[in-house]
Ligand binder design. Structure first.
Ligand SMILES: [Zn+2]
Length: 255
């Protein structure tokens, strides 16, 4: 009997060691920005909608390998309104919403200077740079809406506790991306975590972030963005950040 107990204990310990954390109850909605007639930022003959779809497909594979359930708002080159994207997250009752974009600036004389990765979470802001970028990303959806109704929509979620969670998620993801990218690209610029009133994050009643994976208008970064190894490093960083975020939330619950 003792021998059987011993074998049982060994098998049980092995199973514990192999399993890792069970993430099958975590659903992450990942969103490739733009699509279809909306190309997003365009520079040097390349389109934002293409690079973000490539990255989101890689992200889907990696998150699934980590044990998460994953849903993509789009898996092909098709147009979705920003409202449709967050409604998908609501309908699926996702735990997290992660939107992937690539950045751009208008000032041509600064194309070679402005670069780096940035992560945004929803918050009203007076920061001029955040407002400029949000205005560009919002352009396709805010057309025709008056300022008052826009502000009502934004205000309705601004005071929710999800902002704090979104901020924490943004910090973990940004940290992970910069760490992983620096392993292969030491000069990568850490653009930091920023608050921004992106429409795509509005209405998502769950921790939601928008990642700007690099600048399409910077020739060096544009070239990197389409490289498989650069995309894999970005994805490694996002996954690392997501894992850390969930691990920390579980620790908070234990306390
Ligand atoms: Zn975009």
């Amino acid at each position: 009997m003792k021998r059987y107990l011993g074998i049982f204990l060994v098998v049980w310990l092995l199973l514990q060691g192999c399993g890792g954390p069970d993430r099958s109850n975590r659903l992450i909605v990942i969103d490739a920005g733009h699509g279809g007639h909306d190309s997003g930022a365009q520079s040097g003959g390349k389109k934002e909608k293409d690079v973000v779809l490539q990255i989101v497909k890689r992200l889907q594979r990696r998150l699934k390998r980590e044990g998460y359930r994953v849903y993509m708002t789009r898996g092909s080159d098709r147009f979705l309104t920003l409202g449709q994207r967050t409604r998908i997250a609501d309908r699926k009752d996702a735990d997290l919403f992660i939107s992937i974009h690539a950045n751009a600036i208008a000032n041509k004389s600064r194309f070679n200077v402005v670069e780096g990765v940035e992560t945004y979470f929803l918050q009203k802001t007076r920061d001029a740079k955040s407002q400029r970028i949000a205005a560009r990303e919002n352009a396709s959806v805010l057309k025709g809406q008056d300022a008052l109704s826009k502000n009502v929509i934004i205000d309705s979620v601004l005071n929710g506790p999800k902002i704090i969670e979104s901020n924490k998620l943004a910090i973990d993801v940004q940290h992970g991306m910069v760490k992983q990218l620096k392993r292969g690209y030491r000069d990568v610029k850490d653009g930091g975590v920023r608050p921004a009133p992106f429409y795509v994050l509005v209405g998502a009643s769950r921790p939601s972030i928008l990642v700007e994976v690099g600048y399409m208008t910077n020739p060096k970064e544009r070239q990197r963005l389409f490289r498989a190894d650069y995309q894999e490093r970005i994805v490694d960083g996002i996954v690392e950040g997501v894992n850390r975020y969930f691990d920390n939330r579980e620790k908070e619950l234990e306390i």
